[in-house]
Design a protein around this ligand. Sequence first.
Ligand SMILES: [Mg+2]
Length: 165
Amino acid sequence: MISYSRPEGTERERKKMRMIWFDMDGTIADLYAVENWLPRLRASDPTPYAEAAVMLNMSLLARYLNKLQKHGYGIGIISWTSKDGSEEYNEAVASEKANWLHQHLASVSFDIMKIVDYGTPKHNFLKTENDILFDDNEAIRNEWTGEAYEPSEILSVLAELLHAE
Ligand SMILES: [Mg+2]
């Protein structure tokens, strides 16, 4: 598992900020539309993760996230590596995912980035009881003990949060 928290985020992490978490595959990164994504993943090819297209207006998303962060929200990623991936392949996948975020959401400084083994329960990572999660996986949304939403709701939920500030 790769777990990353930016150094300047340490103080913020201690503060028990309400987090806004994002899954990646099928939520913001269109992995499942990449040609032959499944056989390629099974063959330990990390490039489908790099090729995944964005699923929403990323400049608008970045603008919302930067504003919410200024209002005290933490911004995080919880994303799984590939099913049955070797340790080496999981590391390659984690690095592609970090690159993808850097490429498509360059202006966002994530407070916490968890790229964890496939199947790791995501609700282990909640920091407050009303943390928000965006995830395309219904079972994960149901297990989440904070607020969980589908990918199609990302921009409207964030706009509503900003409106409440
Ligand atoms: Mg997903």
